[in-house]
Each structure stands twice: as C-alpha cells, then as structure tokens.
Design a binder for this molecule. Structure first.
Ligand SMILES: Cc1cc2nc3c(=O)[nH]c(=O)nc-3n(C[C@H](O)[C@H](O)[C@H](O)COP(=O)(O)OP(=O)(O)OC[C@H]3O[C@@H](n4cnc5c(N)ncnc54)[C@H](O)[C@@H]3O)c2cc1C
Length: 347
C-alpha cells in the first residue's frame, strides 16, 4: 500500500500527529524504534501545564488547544484522562523555578490575598480552570506559596494505548524496527512524499540536532491509597520537583529533572528520595506498595521545532520535536499544526 505520510516516533507526539493525519484521510504509517510503552511519553506523570519548554509565542495556543481536547476526553474512561483538582506550590518568593516557564514561586507571596490577575498567575497555570491562591496555612510543610486549580491528569500508558487504537481504527499502520540512523535512512524505507519527524530526544542523532538536550526524569508508581487530588511542589534547587498524580488505582510520584543526564536506568537512591519527599507531603502514601519505576528523557530545546524542511532527495519533512517537559500538554495542538503543514505540502 502506498503511503502519504511516514511518521517517525510512537510517543505522544508521533501518535497524536499520526491520528490527526489518518483522521484527515491521509494514508499514514508510523515507524518507531521503541513501542509506545517504552518511550519518554510513557514515563510522564502527566499533568497539563507548559513546564520546562523553551520560550515560544506558539506554546500558549498549542497548550490551550490540547487542554480543550483533554477536557473532551475526560468523559471517555478508555482515554486515561481525568479532570482533577489540585495544588501547585513553591517554598516562597524566589527567582528560579523548575522550568523556563516559571513556577508558582515566581509570583505572589505568602499572605497575599485577592483574586488573581493575569500578571499574578504563573505562566504554566494560565488557562487552567478555577484558579485561586491557596491559604499558606493549608499547604504541606516547607511550602509557602500555592495555587489551587483544576487540570487534566493523564495516565500515560492508558492514553498511549488509546491513541494507538485510534490510529489503527482510523486506518493508520504502525511498524517497529531498528533505530533509524538518519533522515536519509528513514526516506529509504518509504515512498511517502512527506516524512514527519516525531523522534523526541532521538532527533538529537537522527537529524542531527545538537540544540536538543536530554533532561532526565524518574518516577515511582505506587498503589493509590485513596488520593483524588494532584500536587506539584517546586524544590529548592533547579533539579528538584515533587509531584503526586493519582490515576485511579495507581499514583505516579516524582520526580527529577536532571539536565544532560541520558541514563535510562532507574536509580534506587533517587526512588527512595522521591518516596520520602512525597510521603512527607502526603502522609497517606506511607507504606504504599511500589508497582514500577519509570525513567524518561525530556527532549528540551530552546524552542519547539515544528517546521517543514526538504530532504536531500527533494522530498519534504515536517519536524515536530523538542517539547521538553510539556510534550503531553502541547501534543494535540502541535499535532494539528504538523498535520496542517503535511496537508499543505501534499497540495
Ligand atoms: C518523568 C517525566 C515527567 C513528565 N511529566 C510531564 C507532564 O506532567 N506534562 C507534560 O506535558 N509533559 C511531561 N513530560 C514530558 C513529556 O513526557 C515529553 O515532552 C514527551 O513525552 C515527548 O514526547 P515525544 O513523542 O516527542 O518523544 P518520545 O515519547 O520519546 O517518543 C519518541 C519516539 O520516537 C522514536 N524514535 C526516536 N529516535 C528514533 C530513530 N532514530 N528511529 C526510529 N524511531 C525513533 C522512539 O522509539 C519513540 O517511539 C514528562 C517527562 C518525564 C520524563
């Protein structure tokens, strides 16, 4: 069967892009070295909110489009998306947050009151529902500033299964194979007139793109002791963040954001630190059975690369990678932009 679009990558970006392409009637093939459950995407927490992503005026619109999409999916239990209430907190007023987008400690301060104005609200919370400043007395020990809001929390293994099933149902094809050493090698595997590069951190070697930097994240999955709200807390250093994301029977606890570390093996000392910090924040986690350890490499870049280019043989490539710590948050919006570019290229 001939193909219109050859998508490299089966993480949240590749599958979302393939789904939008297949739903628009294009014959779409996904090719990936790792299946969805072994990608960075599967390790994500995941909470909606643009975090650890390069400054870019396209990000708010992509995030807003994805937020609307996730709100719609929350009604479908198969999608793994829950609309939850929770808190983002920080130790207090300071200038360095966990991500380029800023954290809750960058605005406001303990004891401030009144409804939030746009200028008050940390950038990664803009657009979230029901935003209000927390009474500092209600925050866990060590946190002085906090925001309460609602946002989609996504059980990534479930959401990736859902996306894969939707791609197949829309007529797409998904193939696994060895890592492609270059875009020319990818082009040699297909007659498709357009390739779509959704390789995440793999684009560093595939393109190659030295601007892409791995920022390692490790999480611990535990049996959920009954938590129904999320919590995200900035740590005191740039590598530190603590979060708790309930997903029904399980909860994902994090985390780390270590720049330049490309190790994908879980580190037992890091897992112990995550469990201790999260239990200090939420004592009901004490003794919760550990079910899994996950590690992923966030593809951080000064700017998301979503643009068309030309391969050496004259065919087109649409790049869609470099979403940092916000790939889930931006996935559906970026997929729409990428699919629009592919459609235009195909005339
Ligand atoms: C611990 C952690 C927590 C996170 N929390 C959040 C969160 O709460 N919210 C949020 O929005 N984001 C979060 N992120 C970030 C998010 O997970 C990433 O931005 C996103 O997963 C990137 O998706 P991707 O599809 O681009 O890459 P990936 O998921 O890495 O997928 C890349 C795909 O490309 C394939 N590939 C790569 N190179 C090649 C090659 N040469 N040949 C063939 N195939 C190739 C891979 O096999 C894989 O299938 C988190 C990340 C981590 C690690």
């Amino acid at each position: 069967m001939s193909t219109d679009a050859f998508v490299i990558g089966a993480g949240v970006i590749g599958l979302s892009t393939a789904l939008r392409l297949a739903r628009s009637g294009l014959r779409t093939t996904v090719y990936a070295a790792a299946p969805p459950h072994r990608t960075t995407s599967a390790a994500a927490g995941a909470l909606w909110g643009p975090h650890l992503v390069g400054a870019d005026d396209r990000v708010p619109e992509w995030a807003a489009q994805t937020l609307e999409h996730f709100r719609g999916l929350a009604a479908d239990p198969a999608a793994g998306v829950r609309d939850l209430a929770g808190v983002a907190a920080a130790p207090g007023r300071h200038e360095s947050g966990p991500g380029e987008s800023g954290g809750p400690g960058k605005s406001g301060g303990p004891g401030e009151s009144g409804g939030p104005s746009d200028a008050d609200v940390p950038p990664f919370l803009r657009g979230a529902d029901g935003l209000s400043r927390c009474d500092p007395a209600t925050l866990p020990g060590g946190f002085a500033v906090g925001w309460r809001y609602r946002a989609p929390v996504i059980a990534m293994p479930d959401y990736l299964d859902y996306l894969l099933a939707q791609v197949l149902a829309a007529g797409g094809e998904v193939r696994l194979g060895p890592p492609l050493p270059s875009l020319a090698a990818a082009a040699a595997r297909t007659t498709a007139p357009v390739l779509v590069n959704c390789a995440g951190i793999g684009a560093r070697d595939l393109v190659p793109d030295p601007d892409l930097e791995p920022v390692r994240g490790q999480v611990v999955v535990v049996a959920n002791p009954g938590l129904t709200e999320f919590f995200v807390g900035e740590g005191s250093g740039p590598d530190e963040v603590s979060y708790i994301f309930p997903h029904g029977a399980t909860a994902v606890l994090g985390g780390t954001q270590r720049r330049g570390d490309a190790s994908t093996a879980p580190d037992p000392a890091t897992a112990a630190r995550i469990l201790a910090q999260c239990t200090a924040i939420e004592p009901r986690l004490a003794g919760a059975p550990v079910l899994a350890h996950r590690v992923g490499l966030r593809p951080v870049r000064p700017r998301v690369r979503l643009a068309a280019g030309t391969l050496a043989d004259g065919r087109a490539v649409v790049h869609n990678y470099g979403h940092g710590g916000a790939g889930v948050t931006l996935s559906w919006g970026c997929a729409g932009t990428a699919a629009g570019q592919v459609t235009r290229l195909l005339g």
